[in-house]
Structure formats: C-alpha cells, structure tokens
Write a protein that binds this ligand. Structure first.
Ligand code: PRT
Ligand code: ZN
Length: 287
C-alpha cells in the first residue's frame, strides 16, 4: 500500500472550519465529519486526525501525525522543536496585557511584582525577562479575563481578537506583546521520501489557493488614451490583457490586483475614467 500523509486538525474550535476549507479548496475530497477521530481523503493520499489543538504539536513530534495546523501561540508556547511549514494567515489574534480599568499602567515596568494570569507563561516570560521585569505568573487554562475580578490576579495576558471579551470584563488592553495566526507545522525531516513528495504536492496546491485568496481579478473599460497609465497602477503584474471594445476609443482591460491594494487601484482607475469595473474572486492561481 502507498504512503499517506497524516494531518492533525483541531476537532472543534476556532481553527477547524478554516483548516478544512483550505484543504477542500485544494480539490481534496473527504467527509469532514469531525465527529470521527480519523478519516482518509478519497482522491489524495491524506489522512485527517481530529484532535484538541493543544495536542497537535506533540502528536507531530511523536509521529502520530506528520503535519498539523495550530495557532502559532500554541506552537510557540509549547516550544517543541518542529518547523513552521506555512503561515496560513487565518485565526489572526494577538496576545495582550490587559489591566482593570482603574489600574495605572505606565508601560511594561508597571508589571513588576504583579500577579499576571495567563495561559501563555512561556511566551510571556520570554518577553518580560528580556525587559528584566519580574512578575508572578498565575497559570490558568481558561476564563483568564475573570481572574482580576475574583482577586486571583492583578492583570492578565490573554489572546484578543475583537477586544469585546476584555471590555465586558472591565479590562483594557494596554500592550500587544505578540501576534499569532494559524500555521502548518511538521518535523524538520519527514524521514520518508514518499511522504515528503506527497507533502510537496499538497503545499503546491495550498500555495495556489492562498495566492488566489490574496488577489482579485479585475475587468474594466477604459478610454484608450489612458492605457499607458494603467500599467503603472496595476504594476507588479505582467502586462494586463487588453481587448478593443465596439465603441471607438474604448478598451476592455483585464488584470489581477492584490487584495490589499484593491481600493487604491480602484480609486486611481476611477480617476482615469475607467467604467464598469468588475471584480471577481480567483479560485486558484499559480506563479
Ligand atoms: O478544544 P480545543 O483545546 O481544541 O480548543 P481551544 O479552546 O483551546 O482553542 P480555540 O478554538 O478557542 O482557539 C484556537 C486558536 O484560535 C487559538 O490558539 C488562537 O491561535 C486562535 N484564536 C484567534 C483565538 C482567538 N482568535 C480568540 N479571540 N483564540 C482565542 N480567542 C479568545 C479570546 O481570548 C477571548 O477570550 O476568544 C475570546 C473572544 O475574543 P475577543 O477579543 O473577540 O472578545
Ligand atoms: Zn486548546
């Protein structure tokens, strides 16, 4: 029987859906019935292992899985000697210091001698010791934000995305010490050529899916005399596709635009007299 690469994915939580979506967009078919522990894709040598996110780094280290998708925060906190194969960009959040609203905060030095509740003592310790600050860590595995109110800690260090949880608990975010996104991790050496080849095939697809997600396909009509200026605006890309419209003096231009530049490009095209600007997502895109 041929080799199969086993990927560990969070069974149910903030990472689950997006992790599976990326793999689905790679054209890999599976049931994604995450009530099961394990399942195999029907058209690609990939097997899924659905587990708690905390277990993913050690499972990969021990060879229970070959690769896994986990928050960078979890990976760095565990400090297991593995490789980040890809930054997948989703599940973005930050690890922040938050203090009760009436706490007078003057910078990290205000944490000297304080009790800090956190689930990330290792990451926090790294940052505070760099600044020569000594504090007491109160390690909690959940509901970190309630610890100041119940007298367990003076301040907290916790993950934040919108900040709503902090506000609800009378806390204010005073310092962002670390940012995290979901990453794909693996051992530094796969130790099996056939598996390594499967992983390369998978990464080729993931890269195409991720590249596509960061670009839009843009089609617009443009007065012919402005064509030269357009090249400068949509820059970076190879020459746009240009076709002549029935109406004299007008062209139809098609090109790819990076998502984060889109609104800038849009405004500049408008200013050049572009009309009927049509924007569509790209499903896959190779170099
Ligand atoms: O059950 P299992 O152990 O698998 O899951 P879990 O409960 O440990 O993890 P889960 O699903 O909550 O989070 C998985 C990963 O998602 C984390 O390790 C982070 O990498 C990432 N992530 C992204 C977040 C958040 N955003 C986030 N907002 N993890 C936690 N939060 C918390 C935050 O601390 C707050 O308590 O969500 C709450 C809401 O946040 P606000 O700021 O939007 O109010
Ligand atoms: Zn967890």
């Amino acid at each position: 029987m041929g080799q199969v690469v086993r990927i560990a994915i969070q069974k149910s939580g903030r990472l689950s859906e997006k992790s599976l979506e990326i793999i689905k967009n790679c054209g890999i078919k599976f049931g994604s019935d995450s009530r099961v522990l394990k399942e195999e894709a029907s058209n690609f040598p990939l097997e899924f292992l659905y587990v708690r996110d905390d277990d993913i780094p050690s499972y990969v280290r021990d060879g229970v899985a070959d690769i896994g998708i986990v928050g960078r925060n979890e990976f760095d906190e565990q400090a297991i000697d593995l490789e980040v194969i890809r930054d997948l960009g989703f599940a973005k959040c930050r690890l922040s210091i938050a203090v009760p609203n009436d706490f007078s905060y003057q910078g990290l030095a205000s944490l000297e001698g304080k009790r800090i509740a956190t689930s990330y003592p290792h990451i926090l310790e790294g940052i505070l010791s760099e600044k020569g600050i000594k504090a007491t860590f109160v390690q909690v595995s959940g509901s970190v934000e309630v610890t100041p109110a119940i007298g367990l800690a003076d301040v907290i260090c916790d993950l934040v995305s919108t900040g709503a949880t902090l506000a609800m608990n009378g806390l204010r975010e005073v310092e962002k010490i670390y940012t995290s996104t979901a990453v794909m991790i693996g051992r530094k050496k796969m130790g099996n050529d056939e598996k390594a080849a499967i992983l390369s095939r998978l990464l080729l697809r993931i890269d195409a899916v991720m590249r596509a997600a960061s670009y839009k396909y843009v089609i617009f009509n443009l007065p012919e005399e402005h064509l030269d200026q357009v090249a400068g605006i949509v820059g970076g890309m190879k020459s746009p596709t240009v076709t002549r419209l029935m109406e004299k003096g007008w062209l139809s231009v098609q090109t790819v635009v990076a998502e984060d530049l889109f609104w800038d490009v849009f405004e500049q095209l408008k200013a050049l007299g572009a009309q009927g600007i049509l924007v569509t997502p790209i499903e896959k895109m190779t170099e």
